[in-house]
Ligand binder design. Structure first.
Ligand SMILES: Cc1cc2nc3c(=O)[nH]c(=O)nc-3n(C[C@H](O)[C@H](O)[C@H](O)COP(=O)(O)O)c2cc1C
Length: 327
């Protein structure tokens, strides 16, 4: 039975929790509208960092992540979300309309998944190798919707080629001033509700220990996590059958799934898209997956030694800026 009206406060709480979702440069390119019993999700075109996200795919991926987070948030509150994707063919910025019906029973797993939303961080420091990867991969594969995105786990043996592709991306962009201006803008210290704060960035010395990373402006930090001399994460790639908006939205939903599943397993994650933004490095990533579908993003997954600090939570835009009640 779809179409039950959620209490406005329950709706607001769920949207606020969902908006902890990751987004490219923490741009949070989404807008939610409540109309009657339905909740609508729109992408905000003016928040897309165009010099980075040349195709606009990453903004839609970010919205896919917030959509899946919303589903997780309402489930923990006792509601099932019924999602219609791209319900208006005349408005492709209208990404989804969500209706709700009461959930029969809220399990501990529903609550744990919602808790993982708050615990998750993008961690740019080096990771130790993820323990018991085979078991974790089996769990991961059982939860993700392969109609939306396919998951490739890259072998450790291809790591040098991947690191080379990561360096290639940075070299190709060395003189791209629009890209660098944008990176500086999204990491500027005066922004309080969006962008990547200094605390989430790495110092030059820390950067040397992670061979696959987007090169953000380096920050001054005392050397953190010195016990991990070099990153030993496992790298997974999410790919889609094509580069359509629908594919990007689905990929974002699967990204959310993977990040929350990893968080629940006690693993740290870092989403990476610098290599899928440029054709040359994207081709290398595609070849390394051994498939001919479209690589959308990579995720470093690993373990943070227990004595090590995790990065603080990044800021979010105020709820009033992202959620609108109409009528
Ligand atoms: C589509 C997408 C692309 C991203 N690309 C990168 C990237 O290339 N490098 C990186 O370090 N973080 C990347 N991130 C992580 C965001 O910067 C991060 O989600 C944002 O700053 C909010 O921080 P949080 O994830 O810790 O909440 C990406 C996230 C998304 C959803």
């Amino acid at each position: 039975m779809a179409n039950s009206a959620l209490d406005p406060q329950v709706m607001a709480n769920a949207v606020e929790l969902a908006c902890r979702a990751p987004s490219v440069h923490n741009s949070q390119p989404w807008h939610w509208v409540v109309e009657g019993a339905a909740l609508k999700l729109f992408v905000e075109p003016h928040r897309v960092p165009h010099a980075t996200d040349l195709s606009g795919r990453e903004a839609i991926i970010s919205c896919g992540a917030v959509l899946d987070h919303l589903r997780v948030a309402v489930a923990a509150a006792g509601w099932q979300a019924h999602v219609a994707r791209f319900p208006n063919p005349n408005d492709m910025d209208h990404l989804a309309t969500v209706d709700f019906s009461p959930l029969e029973y809220v399990t501990d797993a529903h609550r744990a998944r919602a808790d993982a939303i708050l615990a998750r961080r993008t961690d740019r420091l080096p990771f130790a190798a993820p323990p018991a990867w085979t078991a974790f991969e089996a769990v991961l594969r059982s939860t993700i919707d392969t109609d939306r995105a396919t998951l490739h786990v890259l072998a450790d043996s291809v790591r040098p080629q991947l690191a080379e592709a990561s360096r290639l991306t940075e070299s190709l962009r060395r003189y791209d001033s629009s890209y660098h201006a944008e990176l500086h803008w999204w990491t500027a210290p005066y922004e309080v509700s969006d962008g990547v704060p200094y605390s989430a960035l790495v110092s030059a010395a820390e950067r040397d220990r992670v061979d696959i990373a987007r090169r953000f402006p380096a920050e001054e930090h005392p050397d953190r996590r010195p016990e991990v001399a070099a990153d030993q994460s496992t790298i997974v790639v999410l790919s889609t059958y094509d580069d359509s908006r629908r594919a990007a939205l689905g990929c974002g939903e699967v990204l959310s799934d993977v990040l929350l599943e990893a968080t629940m397993a006690g693993l740290a994650t870092c989403t990476l898209t610098h290599m899928t933004e440029l054709a040359a490095s994207r081709d290398i990533v595609r070849a390394l997956t051994g498939a001919d579908d479209q690589p959308q993003l990579l995720i470093r997954i690993g373990l943070v030694p227990s004595i090590s600090q995790v990065p603080p939570a990044t800021p979010r835009r105020p709820l009033a800026d992202v959620l609108e009640f109409r009528g």
